[in-house]
Ligand binder design. Structure first.
Ligand SMILES: Cc1ncc(COP(=O)(O)O)c(C=O)c1O
Length: 337
């Protein structure tokens, strides 16, 4: 049976490169599994800090970016509070609101012919009038792939009377990120940037994410996390990977190039689909009515893509960008429908 094409979870199509597998194996061999990890995660935070260009005191390690979200809610959200997000946005935001008994206010993005845009004025109006306890902004946004402008994020930070979390889980794939452009200086103290090793670094299964924030907020969040939230094995591999980012940069470049090729291929070849430009490792497409059963058909052919109900009518799907070969298989299967 052919291997399944997993294009539904925005994972990396690549395993670890051989030279890293070797050094990771050596690092794993020297682990003392009978010992607890260092609860301060000093070397992990230092290594992440070097990667993003901040001090380790600005870093909070997480069991995936998901745990960073959890920590932000634990720190700032009480039952009955409001949390302001975009609609659509990462599904965990809604889940976290349910878990923490908060009300999710979701400002719809606007669909305009071939593009999806943030209704910036409406978002800022809601921010001023609804008094949320936390703002969550994913940039690039999941599932639309839209990257927010620095100007808009600055306006949000200027207007917010509450902490703002900017979720840059897909930042490495984007032509710009707020953190890279702006750095951490001069931002309000409670601004948090969520990042992860799950996507560009390709270790989703090992669960290593982090938050970049001011030192007081880092102390607050570090004080809330469980003391040993990243296990020794994941930490050892993350430390090996972070020693050399060149392989990761090459892979990001390959994925971005494949994304752009896929975009043109869909635009030229799958005329009944509507495809939207995206800055993540995925593309959002609108399917024609007669293909509403496409996902089921693809599943029968061992190809998974993610279907969505979005604030606009029609049938929507998000395709994770894999290798060129994987994208060819997908297009071949779709053309046979
Ligand atoms: C926008 C966004 N943020 C955060 C995450 C969390 O990723 P992880 O918990 O694997 O770090 C995801 C995962 O899909 C995501 O799409």
């Amino acid at each position: 049976m052919s291997t399944k094409l997993r294009l539904d979870k925005n994972e990396s199509p690549y395993g670890l490169p051989d030279h890293l597998l070797e050094s990771a194996k050596k690092a794993l061999a020297s682990i003392e599994a009978n010992r607890y990890p260092d609860p301060t995660y000093s070397s992990l935070r230092e290594s992440i800090g070097n990667y993003v260009g901040v001090y380790k005191e600005n870093i909070v390690p997480g069991n995936g970016g998901d745990e960073i979200l959890w920590l932000a809610f634990a720190a700032y959200v009480s039952p009955g509070d409001r949390v302001l997000t975009l609609n659509p946005s990462f599904s965990q935001y809604e889940h976290m609101c349910k878990v923490f008994k908060a009300e999710r206010l979701a400002v719809p993005m606007t669909l305009k012919n071939d593009s999806i845009e943030v209704d910036e004025d409406e978002f800022l109006r809601s921010l001023r009038s609804q008094n949320p306890s936390l703002v969550l902004l994913d940039s690039p946004n999941n599932p639309t792939g839209v990257a927010l402008t620095d100007l808009f994020i600055h306006k949000v930070l200027d207007s917010a009377r509450c902490p703002v979390l900017i979720d840059e889980a897909y930042g490495e794939f984007s032509s710009h990120t707020f953190l890279e452009d702006q750095g951490m200086d001069d931002l309000p103290e409670s601004t948090m940037i969520l990042k992860t090793l799950s996507k560009a670094w390709g270790i989703a299964g090992l669960r290593v994410g982090y938050c970049v924030t001011s030192q007081p907020t880092a102390r607050k969040l570090n004080g809330l996390r469980s003391p040993f939230n990243v296990n020794l094995f994941s930490q050892a591999i993350a430390l090996e990977l972070l020693k050399d980012r060149s392989w990761m940069d090459k892979r990001v470049k390959a994925i971005v190039e494949t994304r752009e090729r896929l975009f043109s291929r869909i635009k030229k070849g799958l005329k009944r689909w509507q495809v939207f430009p995206g800055q993540g490792n995925f593309l959002l497409v609108k399917l024609p009515d007669e293909q509403r059963d496409l996902l089921g058909y693809l599943r029968e052919n061992r190809i998974e893509i993610k279907g969505f109900d979005l604030p606009w009518e029609g049938h929507w799907a998000r395709i994770t960008v894999g290798t060129d070969e994987e994208m060819e298989k997908l297009i071949d299967a779709v053309e046979k429908v």
